[in-house]
Design a protein around this ligand. Structure first.
Ligand code: FAD
Length: 299
């Protein structure tokens, strides 16, 4: 078993940002990645809201981050974390390759995107099908759009998009809306949002330019954009043993990115927070790193 002070799990924007801050603080740490370094950055085709980079892509940001890791002599260690065990004052982080004995852990594992299940969804992903209203809503200003789902994320995204779109269909597969009461009320009070209950989405349809509509209960609703929220998967299974406090699938943290378990920190999209973006993931990473470093130095 290898010994270290801090293990960062996940080398997406949050984990990489944490690593940069820890290195500069001269901390002893390991940055673990189970798949592709960069996480979601590998998939983002167009980013227009990252400060200082008016128009960029996930791969451009990732190239710059990998350069910064090299410049700071930070290695990404590959290993998929299977579980984390509480061991005395610290933790044992178990990957499929190696185990680590560590004083603190920063979980920065993001969320796994929902499996694309609607016919046409995969074909039109990025051409009218989007999973992030704040990122892509701007492209649908004044257009008709649809949100598919029945949870807080779907409600929040619909309320946000409702302010941009001409008309929004909220397509709910169930007989009644679920989620927070205030969100359901806000949705109901929006004049341009039509809620369609007990609605089965059969197909997303389009042409060479992208989405043109969605087939619901045999009827085609003409829309230019579709936002399906039919199940983001948590990556917090690695925490099954520790059971930190959660809100839905997300981990609750305080303003220092500390969970309710001493020595366990969380950063990025895995955290229960309103705004899940690159800029907040980077901020969380820096905050969690600083808190974890202070925690280790006081131990
Ligand atoms: C369609 C879409 C468009 C978006 N567009 C924008 C945009 O325009 N602007 C913007 O600011 N944000 C955008 N976002 C949001 C942004 O991508 C995320 O907020 C950000 O990438 C989250 O970073 P993260 O480090 O928390 O997670 P991730 O990038 O998901 O990284 C998590 C990492 O952890 C690794 N991991 C997971 N489990 C394990 C494990 N058990 N062991 C080891 N490693 C593990 C994963 O492989 C991954 O590399 C968009 C999101 C989506 C879905």
């Amino acid at each position: 078993m290898k010994k270290t002070d801090i293990v960062i799990i996940g080398a997406g924007m949050a984990g990489i940002s944490a690593a940069i801050y820890l290195k500069r603080a001269n901390a002893n740490f390991v940055l673990l990645e189970g798949n592709l370094a960069g996480g979601m950055l590998n998939k983002l085709k167009s980013i227009e809201n990252y400060p200082g980079m008016p128009k960029t892509t996930g791969s451009d940001i990732l190239i710059a981050l990998m350069d910064q890791l090299r410049f700071n002599k930070i290695d990404v260690t590959y290993g998929n974390v299977q579980t984390i065990l509480k061991e005395g004052d610290g933790f044992e982080v178990v990957t499929d390759v190696e185990s680590y004995d560590t004083k603190a852990v920063i979980v920065a594992t993001g969320v796994t995107q929902a499996v694309q299940t609607i016919p046409g969804e995969e074909k039109y992903a990025g051409s009218g099908v989007s999973y992030c209203a704040i990122c892509d809503g701007n492209f649908f200003k004044g257009a008709d759009v649809a949100v598919i789902g029945n949870n807080n994320i779907a409600l929040e995204e619909a309320i946000y998009l409702g302010n941009l779109a001409k008309k929004l269909y909220f397509i709910c597969p169930d007989e009644e809306l679920q989620g927070d009461k205030n969100l359901r009320e806000k949705l109901g009070n929006s004049a341009n949002i039509e809620v369609k209950l007990s609605s089965k989405v059969e197909e997303i349809v389009g042409d060479d330019f992208g989405v043109t509509g969605v087939k619901v209960n045999g009827e085609i609703l003409k829309v230019a954009g579709i936002f399906p929220y039919v199940g983001k998967k948590s990556t917090s299974m690695v925490l099954n043993n520790l059971k930190p406090e959660k809100q839905g699938i997300f981990i609750k943290v305080d303003e220092e990115c500390c969970t309710n378990i001493e020595g366990l920190f969380a950063a990025g999209d895995i955290v229960a927070k309103r705004l899940k973006q690159l800029v907040t993931a980077a901020g969380d990473g820096a905050t969690a790193a600083t808190a974890a470093d202070n925690y280790c130095k006081l131990k």
